[in-house]
Design a protein around this ligand. Sequence first.
Ligand code: ATP
Ligand code: MG
Length: 305
Amino acid sequence: MREHDAFGPATMRRGRRKFDDDDADFLKRGRLEPRLHEDPDLPDIGDNWSTWDGSLQGPDPRPDWVRTEHGAVDTELGILKTGKEADVFLVRRHVPDTGKNSLLAAKRYRDGEHRLFHRDAGYLEGRRVRRSRENRAMANRSSFGKQMIAGQWAAAEFDALGRLWQIGAETGLVRVPYPVQLIGTELMLEFIGDWETGEAAPRLAQVRSDTADLADLWQQMTDALSVLARAQVAHGDLSPYNTLVQDGKLVLIDLPQVVDVIGNPQGADFIARDVRNVAAWFVQRGLPVNADDLLERLLYEAGLK
Ligand SMILES: Nc1ncnc2c1ncn2[C@@H]1O[C@H](COP(=O)(O)OP(=O)(O)OP(=O)(O)O)[C@@H](O)[C@H]1O
Ligand SMILES: [Mg+2]
């Protein structure tokens, strides 16, 4: 099975441009502006037409900055982070000559031989795909199977972000990047950071505790954890690295391994691990939070106690 038989443009696009030079090179060049092309019928050099039309699109109510116009173009601005399982790129999607602009984080899951499956099989318990050909392919880790798995992580993350984003829009109790679209193994998300400079928001781990309002950040964290518990899911990899801080507000990211705590026999353990990971950071910074009390409450809210 050739790659593009199973998954569309997202994977084909991957080989097109490489940004394995210096990480935030585009920041140093200070260039968020496109280069002009000589042929006016083509998008600018390095640009592509927006892939919005052929994608699985994010939930309603759709934020007004999401660019849905046919004439929108995507410009790759550089790489934000290479990870073990995915690479995250900064993409500008804008409508030329209109000032309509958006910045997106494109998270591309690795589907090939170079992907490390650090999310172990425990996460996949209770999750199934309907078609048996796909199940077999995934079980024997053929290259089609590997791509299937990568696509499943992307789809699982897209789904989890959509659900949480909607709850956040209704309650204001949890923040995640708006999931703009999904194609195959590529997710495009709201870029959390400065849309002028292209600088990403810092991770919680990098936030200086002498200037931050730790009590407020902890309150936000417990609110977010409550939302997850009441939705009967665990983040599954919550940590000060998978939490960004934008203008004093916590934004949870990196949710492909979200765990259904009712379906998964280790559901309560996943909640406990999430709580301990983040509580430990606050305790180290000098805020005496009680992880056990919080865990009790969350297990109750999830219906596990
Ligand atoms: N929506 C976003 N806006 C801004 N930056 C983002 C966004 N999503 C991801 N990033 C950046 O990319 C990094 C990696 O993203 P993420 O944690 O989702 O992927 P990952 O492959 O699991 O990476 P890792 O293995 O480092 O955890 C984040 O720590 C963050 O710096
Ligand atoms: Mg991460």
